[in-house]
Ligand binder design. Structure first.
Ligand code: MTE
Length: 305
């Protein structure tokens, strides 16, 4: 499926569909909504300038939607783009369960009417040492956690991707144990940088990027950012996560971007930004050290990799 600029929903329609609520929270990352609605978002660096760090430029919509990891659609980087056309993410519900006061199954449209969608520009840095800069739309996961109202015994959150082998060809093979699962400590999940994303470049998420809702944890390696989430479970012990389960000596539960801790088979000190020729030095916590290092105070990050 080739996405042409004309296929991209104009931002005004996106806003209507998502019942965009302009709230106080959005102002923190503000540039005005009206400015956004006038422009086509595709590849528009100027529009996102205020959200970009000095050294970063946005990856293009095409780069972000044709070079992906989503093993449910195959192991190759172009497989998700080629093989995800039959996946249908509408309608969608998310189950909140486990150690919470309000277990429920919540309709995504209803959830989106309860939260304010904000623009965030985050780097995504994958464990194989490639990276992209992506203008996400989404909301802080903490908002959904407040709706779930966890008990004090809930110390971790586990996320689960949909299991739908009839629409996801990768799930018909045992490439990974399905469904894909991931986890965060509850303070990581509550951190304001941790978002649930429903779109990028003003367009609803395409299937290859994890439609209709996926996690983005910008200071961790990309595999933590689990796609097409159907279940969020609150638990008292460190939950299972797909990659640490599959190759525990290579992937840890924390998976913070850390140039000082190499992957057993390759260095993590530099990265290749998709679209750039020269490799970049990898920043501690993917450049979000100031915001998140307090979460790991006193922890040996070589042990808790
Ligand atoms: N989520 C699911 N369900 N299945 C996957 O294979 N791959 C992960 C993550 N989320 C993956 C997933 C990996 S390895 C990366 S790097 C990011 O998604 C990539 O996100 P992107 O394709 O939107 O850039």
């Amino acid at each position: 499926m080739k996405i042409l600029p004309s296929d991209i929903t104009p931002y005004s329609i996106y806003i209507n569909r998502r019942k965009f609520i302009k709230g106080a929270g959005a102002a923190a990352l503000s540039f005005s909504i009206s400015r956004k609605t006038q422009a086509n978002h595709i590849g528009d660096n100027d529009l996102y300038k205020e959200l970009l760090d000095n050294n970063d430029t946005l990856n293009t919509f095409e780069e972000i939607t044709t070079y992906n990891n989503f093993y449910e659609f195959g192991m190759g980087k172009t497989d998700p783009y080629k093989n995800s056309g039959s996946f249908n993410p509408i309608p969608w519900t998310i189950k909140l369960e486990g150690l919470i006061n309000k277990p429920k199954t919540i309709d995504l449209e209803k959830l989106l009417s309860l939260v304010t969608i904000e623009d965030r520009v985050y780097r995504l840095r994958c464990v194989e040492a490639w990276s992209m800069v992506i203008p996400w739309q989404g909301f802080s996961l903490s908002k959904l956690i407040k709706i779930a109202d966890p008990l004090s015994a809930a110390k971790f959150v586990q996320f689960e991707t949909i299991f739908r082998p009839e629409e996801m060809p990768g799930q018909r093979r045992r490439i990974l144990p399905w469904p894909y699962v991931e986890g965060l400590r509850i303070d990581e999940a509550m951190h304001p940088l941790t978002i649930l994303s429903t779109g990028l470049y003003g367009h609803d998420l395409l299937n290859q990027n994890g439609a209709p809702i996926r996690l983005v944890v910008p200071w961790k390696y990309g595999f933590k950012s689990i796609k097409s989430i159907v279940t969020i479970r609150f638990v008292d012990k460190e939950p299972k996560a797909t990659w640490p389960m599959t190759a525990p000596s290579e992937y840890g539960f924390y998976s913070n971007v850390n140039s000082l801790v190499d992957h057993p088979r390759w260095s993590q000190s530099t990265e290749r930004r998709i679209g750039e020729f020269k490799r970049r030095k990898t920043m501690m916590f993917n450049g979000y050290e100031e915001e998140v290092s307090h979460l790991y105070k006193g922890m040996d990050l070589k042990k808790f990799y």
